[in-house]
Design a protein around this ligand. Structure first.
Ligand code: ADP
Length: 592
């Protein structure tokens, strides 16, 4: 409002200054004007009109108030003017919004008819041979006066739209440089813009030298129209009353305008023109007072195609629900699987621990069973050591101690002590509790170590023969302790089976050989004992199957598990000839 007040004040000073001396009872007739020139030029242009109205309306004092688009709309909205003089586009907008009503249309000497007075020229520099028609402007830089400018933009916009060009989307740049029109011609002349939109007759009013620098694109043949135009023509500016304007005043002003003689520049007023063409322009562009059409077009489409929209929306909703559900199920399933996997891992870990414990117990049990003979075995070196030590004491007492005797006794004592320590070290290693491992080892070597351990723990040892043959240096990847445990168990079972035989008939025979395909090493351990019936052989590897009064029946089932864990199989057969039983297992070979 303060802007409005400032405008009114400014106008009063510029236009009404000379009239301030008039009698105070004179009623002001406020004419709002859409200003596009500077105040002085405006004053010059409209002075004859004010003078004519002043003379024609006794007791009235016509005042001209200049506004921009927004200011003029506010003035109309608040009823602070009685008449409005504005361009055709703005008139149509105010007519639709506030019901202003034209009472006369400007009639200038330039146009052949007030109905065909306003057009736009789209200009380029005369030397731009590449631009001849409006359609050439796609992708170019275009300067115009302003979005609201009727002749300076909107009129040309309609022609572009009919060519399928959207100035806002299809130009490389659309710049609004404002008034005066010179701003546009300057932009084109300087090359800042490839083309400019100006009101028709703008370049015809330039000095001849400046005019020669421009060319009009797509000039139309408009009969009698003295200027080049790129667009169709529209009616000239109207003067309109507001709803609040007193009818008597409106009538008096209309009569005065129609009676006004042409000014020196050829400007006068005639009966109000038809502004339908301007309505059509805005309707086509769906802008200005018709911008609501854009929204309603959308709404109308929605009303018309609602079944399709509904189906699409339902499909979309269904798809979203389906996707969310699938996602949810996948998440839930993954969580279940992960939990099952974790549980399985935990069970496997527990089983591994139990297996290790059972194996450990089994090794301790073998040691336990052999402990009687073990004590005897360790007793022997101890007895030897004691004998040598006593003989040394006796020699000292009898004075027959020689250096040679001391050396002999000392080295014997040391040798026997080492023997005892060796037995204990092997037992300790065997009885050790530890997690399963995998090592690359020569299988024959492992078997020999197991035999040494076995032999070291028993006194009435049988003859044990090892036939390594072609497998002497072959390697396997195994848990050495577990394989030794298997060999030891089979040797002990064989010895048990031969308990009733005289010492000379007790033999154990170990054979190592490569399997015919060459991918595995086979180990067979044979005894010459009482053997087994076929029915007993069936149940041999069942846990807790035993024929011994103090037996646990676990040894062979553990041995079978160990061999299976190494990718092999343990089996028992009656030998091809002679008494006894043969246990055989094969392990995958790991030679390069
Ligand atoms: P345990 O020795 O505690 O009885 P095993 O699982 O080592 O447990 O042996 C199970 C049974 O298999 C033994 O009780 C025995 O009857 C039979 N057995 C094992 N090895 C032989 C063998 N070399 N000759 C005859 N019978 C055997």
């Amino acid at each position: 409002m303060s802007f409005l007040r400032r405008c009114i004040l400014l106008a009063l000073i510029v236009f009404a200054g000379p009239l301030l001396a008039e009698p105070a009872e004179q009623r002001p007739v406020r004419i709002g004007l859409l200003a596009f020139l500077d105040a002085e030029a405006m004053s010059r242009q409209w002075k004859p009109l004010l003078a004519h109205l002043g003379a024609a309306l006794p007791g009235q004092r016509p005042v001209l108030l200049q506004f921009d688009h927004k200011g003029l709309r506010d003035a109309v909205a608040s009823g602070s003017v009685d008449f409005v003089i504005t361009n055709p586009g703005n008139y149509v907008a105010l007519e639709m919004e506030f019901g202003i009503s034209r009472i006369a249309t400007l009639d200038t000497a330039l146009a052949p008819s007030p109905m065909r007075a306003v057009g736009s020229a789209v200009i380029v520099r005369a030397d731009r041979k590449d631009l001849t028609k409006l359609a050439d402007l796609a992708g170019r830089r275009v300067a115009a006066v302003g979005e609201d400018a009727f002749g300076g933009f909107q009129v040309a916009w309609r022609e572009f739209a009919q060519l399928g060009l959207d100035p806002y989307a299809d130009f490389a740049e659309l710049s609004f440089v404002g008034l005066p029109m010179r701003a546009v011609t300057d932009a084109v002349a300087s090359g800042r813009a490839d083309a400019g939109i100006v009101r028709a007759c703008t370049i015809e009013n330039l000095p001849a030298s400046a005019r020669a620098g421009f060319r009009v694109l797509s000039p139309r043949a408009e009969a009698d129209f003295p200027c080049q135009t790129s667009t169709r023509l529209y009616p000239d500016w109207p003067i309109a009353t507001l709803r609040s304007t007193p009818p008597a005043l409106a009538k008096a002003v209309a009569r005065a305008l129609l009676a006004m003689p042409a000014t020196a520049e050829g400007m006068s007023w005639t009966v109000p023109a038809d502004y339908q063409a301007v309505h059509e322009l805005f309707r086509e562009l769906q802008t200005g007072p018709y911008s609501y059409l854009k929204e309603s077009t959308l709404r109308a489409a929605a009303v018309r195609y609602w079944p399709v929209v509904l189906v699409l929306a339902t499909l979309l909703l269904g798809w979203i629900i389906y996707t969310v559900r699938v996602e949810h199920l996948v998440h839930a399933r993954t969580a279940e699987l992960r939990q099952a996997l974790d549980e399985r891992k935990a069970i496997e870990a527990r089983m591994r621990v139990h297996q290790e414990q059972v194996e450990h117990l089994s090794r301790l049990s073998i040691l336990g069973e052999l402990s009687g003979t073990l004590a005897h075995e360790i007793n022997q070196p101890l007895a030897s050591i004691s004998n040598y030590a006593q003989s040394l004491v006796r020699r000292v007492d009898s004075g027959r101690l020689t250096d040679a005797a001391v050396r002999e006794a000392g080295s014997e004592i040391a040798g026997q002590a080492e023997r005892a320590a060796g037995i204990l070290a092997r037992i300790r290693g065997f009885a050790r509790k530890r997690a399963a491992v995998r090592e690359r080892r020569v299988l024959a070597q492992l078997v020999r170590e197991a035999v040494a351990l076995f032999a070291g723990m028993i006194s009435n040892r049988p003859e044990i023969r090892i036939d390594e043959g072609a497998a002497a240096n072959c390697t396997v990847e195994v848990d050495p302790l577990q394989i030794q445990q298997v060999v030891l168990n089979l040797l002990k079972n064989g010895l048990d089976a031969m308990q009733d035989l005289p010492a000379t008939e007790r033999h154990l025979l170990i054979t190592l050989e490569r399997e015919s395909e060459g991918a595995a090493l086979r180990v067979s351990i044979r005894d010459f004992g009482r053997g087994l019936t076929p029915e007993a052989r069936e149940r041999l590897f069942e846990p807790f199957f035993t024929t011994k009064p103090d037996g646990l029946g676990l040894g062979l089932s553990i041995c079978a598990t160990i061999i299976e864990a190494h990718g092999g199989r343990l089996s028992a057969q009656a030998p091809a000839e002679g008494p006894g039983l043969v246990f055989t297992f094969a392990l995958p070979m790991h030679d390069e």
